[in-house]
Design a protein around this ligand. Structure first.
Ligand code: ADP
Ligand code: MG
Length: 390
């Protein structure tokens, strides 16, 4: 039995121990790492995430009395019991707000969803910028969709999950995380246009090119990040207003210089430059992947990092250290991924040899030790499958 199958069986057994019956079904939804296109999703722009092998697995049964019983193997505090009909945003139910928020968002959208028993466990690192929250939402949404026969498509489920996080949990995230978790396909990256949620699976077969993708979880989270997201978002909106467009997506890369010349606020100018250039980097990355020139993606990752560090200013010393150490050890490229101020770095490296992924990983660990920073978590991120029934 694979480790994944054993973990899933454990979730089903624990469900039975907890609720006294076998679950109606088992579902899994992955975390994600964003290859490129950062802080672009609230600007109607492009992103290119891929699903991680790490998943949230949920055992779920339908209940006909409208009660939600929610339990996580990874959280203390026992079973959380809520009434589906009485859910309201901002109830402060801790982690349970994520699955409860999905029930609330489905009901708000008019879908006839009632009670469920849920027991879940997740291997997605939390708070590392790898979307453990989206994995939780999407696994719940997919289970409810099947158990209540809603017949929703994957993008619709992702929208419901995003609404749960925005309106019920109260986190103003874009839709990338939920789309990646819901729609990703193994061996591919997901090219997503966040303006209309159209997407395309872009082949990203690392093994065929002798490459590996690493994620370095710095295991730090700076408090600065809390207000910074909203500030960057407001700055981008101010930029769009000043340029007379609905969103920064409307500014073509070819018109970047003339757009920048029309802005007199230096901060807004930096934000606009980042967003327009990162959209362009997503386009170029996709062109390279389609052409099989996968190694050439590396420099775009490193350019993207410099832009996030210098223009958007959402990096931090630990992220910069991981990127610099990886590149110095021969990685093809690296950049911070996710919201920044801590969290994770994504690294493209040769599979083996003197510049191989193992050498790069060891160099990053050594650099962290030398700098007196706690050891990072480093794991491989082969492009993995999206949400599914097990
Ligand atoms: P990220 O999505 O980057 O991991 P978030 O802060 O958005 O970070 O989401 C993390 C939160 O999601 C946790 O604080 C917890 O409330 C919830 N969560 C994630 N994984 C689990 C889990 N296995 N069990 C219960 N709650 C979880
Ligand atoms: Mg999250």
């Amino acid at each position: 039995m694979t480790a994944g199958a054993a973990a899933a069986r454990r979730v089903a057994e624990d469900f039975a121990g907890l609720y006294g019956a076998v679950p109606d079904g088992l579902w899994a939804a992955p975390g994600r790492v964003n290859l490129i296109g950062e802080y672009t999703d609230f600007n109607d722009g492009f992103v290119l995430p891929l699903a991680l092998p790490h998943t949230a697995v949920a055992a779920v049964s339908r209940r006909d009395d409208g009660l939600l019983r929610l339990h996580s193997a990874d959280q203390p505090g026992g079973v959380v019991v809520l009434d589906a009909a009485e859910l309201a945003p901002g109830q402060g139910t801790g982690w349970a707000a994520y699955p409860a928020g999905v029930v609330w968002a489905l009901r708000e959208a008019g879908y006839p969803v009632g009670g469920v028993d849920v027991h879940l466990a997740s291997t997605v690192p939390t708070g590392a910028g790898l979307s453990s929250s989206a994995a939780l939402e999407v696994v719940t949404a997919l289970a409810l969709d099947e158990l209540y026969g809603l017949g929703l498509g994957r993008p619709q489920l992702a929208r419901i999950a995003q609404r749960a996080e925005n309106a019920f949990v109260g986190v103003p995230c874009g839709v990338m995380d939920q789309m990646a978790s819901a729609c990703a396909v193994e061996g591919h990256a997901l090219f997503l246009d966040t303006r209309d949620l159209s997407y395309r699976q872009v082949p990203f077969d690392l093994g065929a090119f002798g490459l590996r993708l690493l994620v370095v979880d710095t295991r730090v989270k700076h408090a600065l990040g809390d207000g910074a997201y909203a500030e960057r978002r407001a700055g981008c909106e101010a930029g769009a207003r000043a340029l007379g467009v609905r969103s920064l997506r409307e500014i073509p890369y070819a018109q970047l210089s003339s757009a920048l010349a029309r802005l007199d606020d230096d901060t807004v100018r930096r934000y606009v430059r980042h967003v327009v250039c990162d959209n362009e980097r997503v386009r170029r990355t996709i062109g390279l992947l389609d052409a099989g020139e996968v190694r050439d993606v590396g420099p775009l990752l490193s350019e993207g990092h410099a832009s996030l560090r210098d223009d958007l200013r959402v990096s931090c010393p630990e992220l910069d250290l991981a990127v610099e150490a990886a590149n110095a050890a021969g990685a093809l490229g690296a950049r911070m991924t996710g919201g920044g101020f801590g969290g994770s770095v994504v690294v493209l490296a040769e599979e083996s040899g003197p510049r191989g992924a193992d050498v790069v990983a060891a160099a990053v660990c050594k650099a962290f030790a030398r700098a007196g920073v706690g050891a990072p978590g480093i794991f491989e991120a082969p492009p993995s499958a999206g949400a599914r029934r097990l």
